[in-house]
Each structure stands twice: as C-alpha cells, then as structure tokens.
Design a protein around this ligand. Structure first.
Ligand code: ATP
Ligand code: MG
Length: 472
C-alpha cells in the first residue's frame, strides 16, 4: 500500500521532523491519519505522537510556520493542537496507560512508541510512520495493521475483552469504523462486544450518540445499526428501537419486522440525502408501531395512530440520547407525524383540497417528507414496489401542479391568530385556535376565496356560533 501526500503535507511533515530533531525526540505520524492515507480516504486530521513533550513540540512547530498558528493545549492530557491550511494537527506525547474498572480515565505515564501503539483501539488505528532522520517515512506496524486494512477487518491489538472493558466507547467505535469503512469485525472481537455491552454505562450519552451519529451519516447506516442490535449494544441505550424487532403471527397472518424495515428506510433515505436529521426521521418514523400494534380479527395487523404517538415519542428519545432539543427535534417530530400523508394521496379521487392541506402542513419540508415517504416504500414484492412508486410519482406531479396554481407552501391565511385576539379581545386560548383553523380550512378546502373580506365574514359567522362578538 502506498501513501500519496500533497506538497503542503510534505512541507508540514518536514517542519515537524525538524522541530523534533531540535528537541532530540523521536516522532511519528499515527492513528486515523495513517489509516486513511493508506486507504486513500481524504483526511484533514493529522495525528502526531512524540517520545517526549508533545505540547512543547506543537509550540516549536507552530512557531516555525509562516503564519504562526495559535496552539491550543491541554496540560492534563498532554495534548496540543493547531490548525494549518485546513488541517487539524494534533500532538501527543507517547504514553503508557493502565485502567481501573470504574472509569474510562486511565492512569497515564510517559512511554515509548511501542507502548503508545499498544494503547490504541484497533490494529488499523495503531499504524505509525516515522518522521525520524534515520528511518524517515518508514511504516511501523507491530500488529499487522496493513494486513488487516487489506483484509478489511477490525481487530484489537490486545485481548478484546481487555480493550473493551478498559474503554467501552471502543465498542461503539468498532461498529462505527465497520460501517464507515465497510470492514468486518472479526468474530472474536464481535463476541467480546456482546460480553462487555453492560460496561457502556460508564460512558457519557453524548459520546455514545456522537458515534451513533457517525454511523447515521455513513453511506449505509443499516450496517452499523444491525451490528449494534446483534451485539446487544443498542438495547443498552436505545431500547425503543430494538422493540421494533420481531414478527408476531396470529391466524396465519404476520406483519413486517419493523426493525429491518426501518433499516431499509434509513438506507433508502441515505441514498437520496446526506442530511443527518432527515435520516433520523427515517429511523424514528415507525417508532410507535410496537405501542400501537393491534390484531383485528378477520382483518389483520394494524398500527393505527403510530404517526401521532411517534411524534410524541420524539422529544423523549431526543432527551434520552442527548440530541439537540430545538428546531432539529421539531423537524424530526413533524416528519414522523406526516410520514403517511403523501402515500395516502395515492388513492384515486383525491381532491385538490387534500393536496393543498399537505402542501400547507409540510410547508418548507415538503421535499424532505417526499424523500422519507418514497423511502418508506419497501416490500419483498418487486412488482408491488414498482406500482407504489409509479402512483407516488403521480402524487408528486399533482402536488407540483396544485402548488403552481395556488402557492400554498409559503401561504399565510389572510387573518392571523393575533388579528383574531384583537378583533374579539381574547387572550391566547383554545377559541383563538378553533377560529384560526376554521378560516384556514375553509380557504384550503376552497369553500371561500382567499381574500381578507371573505375570511372576515366567515370569522364573524363562526364566532357568532361561539357567542363571541367583535369589540367594536
Ligand atoms: P476519525 O477521525 O474518523 O473519527 P480516528 O481513528 O482518527 O477516526 P480519532 O478519535 O480522531 O479517531 O482518534 C485518533 C486516533 O487516536 C485513533 O486512530 C486511535 O489510534 C486513537 N484513539 C482514539 N480514540 C481511542 C480510544 N477510545 N481508545 C484507543 N485509541 C483511541
Ligand atoms: Mg481523527
């Protein structure tokens, strides 16, 4: 395997080598940078390890660079970092680690490059390239990491039970790398994840979710989600998702395995969009199916209202997983609540008013909703999928036509909630909502024209029925 470096990179490495030479310390490129270079993956994170004071080395290198980048450093961890031409360059002193069982914070002491490679999580992450005069550019590969890169396997330098028990986050990392790189976790390592899954509880949810999001952003998130499920890790932090697994059969009738259906929907979505939150909407679109599942005699399985219950589950899940609780959460909840609407419009005889309602409700998220809904069309029966997709194409076309005619997506009704409060001297209340919806629906349904006068007349009529009078 060969490494290709840009002129910028070569210049930077020569600077690092020169400064390490001045300090009289041995120094190496290591970790993700070497791995990704060998794989030919683009990488902007340069990891450097030296047998000595990494923080001092970072300062020396920074001072020797023309633009004198500012060095950020953490004395406690012995790490330092600066940015250089879009690269994130990180320095650390080579170290030896020993762990106690109740924390993932190890006892750390200075060590050799061999010690440092031994503390790395996987063989493919333990590769080093010398920046020393005597063997500049030499690959140092004590655990056959290059071989594992070629075989596309994930293996630990140490006994995997020790590796995972010492720092359980590595179990998430193993699955994340397998997903991102399309590598296989060898059986011995995968089995060790199953045995050590309970250790995940000493890891903060933020770090777990960080890895989960990297899995969600991979080309095929289902690879990692399935590994998380099969190893038992998923149940440790996200039981609502594992509750989707399994098929129940009554009177000879089964339903889809909603977990594997969901994984397919996530992959379908990922093929069309790299947006993390749209992928999250795909992951959660059927999350309330277990809670709403019923068997109706003579009919079969139903999941009535799962989109409504699912919408309500989103905030709880976001909180539990320490995901952001503002717009992104609202966006995911909205898509979950609307995910059945476009497909319901594939029936015949759908009115323009039903189209207008969806355009209004989805608003700026219509394209994303259509991606989600189209991705939700999965079946083993290829003909069925083809027919659904065709019908779905018609819906898309009609939505486009109705939008061109009526411009509903950015439309606001001619009378707002504020107007209603002023007209009847009301404070925010249920009545205001009822009146606002009545006006809006009448226009969307084409019962009255989209004008202020018509809306006002209807408003007075509805308000009269509720014994409300305008104040002047
Ligand atoms: P990426 O940057 O894509 O997340 P990476 O392998 O570079 O992948 P980093 O978190 O940047 O991951 O870490 C850099 C290197 O530090 C890794 O390649 C690995 O050698 C080492 N490392 C990181 N986290 C751990 C850990 N939890 N246990 C052991 N070694 C680790
Ligand atoms: Mg990295």
């Amino acid at each position: 395997m060969d490494i290709e470096c840009s002129k910028e990179e070569i210049k930077l490495f020569e600077r690092i080598a020169a400064s390490a030479g001045e300090m009289g310390v041995q120094c190496y490129l290591i970790g993700g940078f070497v791995r990704d270079k060998l794989l030919g993956r683009p990488t902007k994170d340069v990891d450097v390890v030296c047998q000595g004071d990494g923080i001092r080395l970072a300062h020396l290198v920074a001072a020797s660079l023309p633009h004198n980048p500012q060095v950020n450093f953490f004395k406690n961890f012995g790490t330092a970092q600066f940015r250089h031409h879009g690269f994130d360059v990180e320095f650390v002193g080579a170290r030896k680690e020993s762990y106690s069982s109740d924390s993932r914070k190890p006892q750390v002491e200075a060590g050799t490059i061999e010690d440092d490679q031994l503390r790395r999580d996987f063989t493919i992450n333990a590769l080093a390239i010398s920046l020393n005069k005597e063997d500049y550019g030499k690959l140092i590969d004590p655990f056959n990491g290059v071989n594992d890169l070629q075989q596309k396997i994930i293996r630990t330098p140490l006994d995997p039970d020790v590796t995972f028990s010492d720092d359980p986050l590595r179990m998430m990392r193993a699955i994340r790398f397998a997903t991102q790189l399309d590598f296989t976790i060898i059986d011995e390592v995968f089995d060790a994840i199953g045995r050590n899954k309970g250790r995940l509880k000493i890891i903060s949810q933020e770090r777990i979710t960080d890895e989960l999001n990297k899995i969600m952003l991979a080309d095929k998130p289902s690879v990692g989600l399935d590994l998380l499920y099969r190893s038992g890790l998923l149940r440790e932090f996200f039981p609502q998702l594992t509750d989707l697994t399994g098929v129940e059969i009554i009177e000879g009738k089964g339903h889809k395995d909603n977990f594997y259906h969901t994984l397919q929907v996530v992959d379908n979505t990922a093929a069309k969009s790299s947006d993390l939150w749209l992928r999250w909407a795909a992951l959660l679109h059927d999350i309330a199916k277990p809670a709403t599942k019923r068997f109706e005699e003579g009919h079969g399985w139903t999941f009535h209202g799962h989109e409504v219950v699912g919408e309500r589950m989103v905030p709880k899940i976001f909180k539990q997983l320490k995901l952001p609780l503002h717009e992104k959460m609202k966006y995911v909840a909205k898509l979950v609540s609307l995910h059945l609407r476009p497909i319901s419009l594939t029936k015949e005889d759908i009115t323009d008013s039903a189209m207008r309602r969806l355009l209004f409700d989805a608003g700026e998220d219509l394209e994303d909703l259509m991606i989600l809904c189209e991705s939700d069309i999965t079946s083993k029966n290829k003909l069925k999928v083809k027919r659904y997709l065709e019908n779905f194409g018609f819906v898309k076309q009609r939505l486009k036509e109705v939008e061109e005619k009526d411009s509903i997506r950015n439309w606001q009704p001619p009378i707002s909630g504020d107007d209603i409060m002023q007209i009847f001297n009301l404070s925010p209340s249920r009545e205001v909502g009822v009146l606002k919806t009545a006006v809006r629906d009448a226009i969307l349904d084409g019962l009255i024209p989209n004008t202020h006068d018509a809306a006002y007349r209807l408003l007075l009529e509805k308000a009269g029925e509720m014994n409300l009078k305008p104040v002047n």
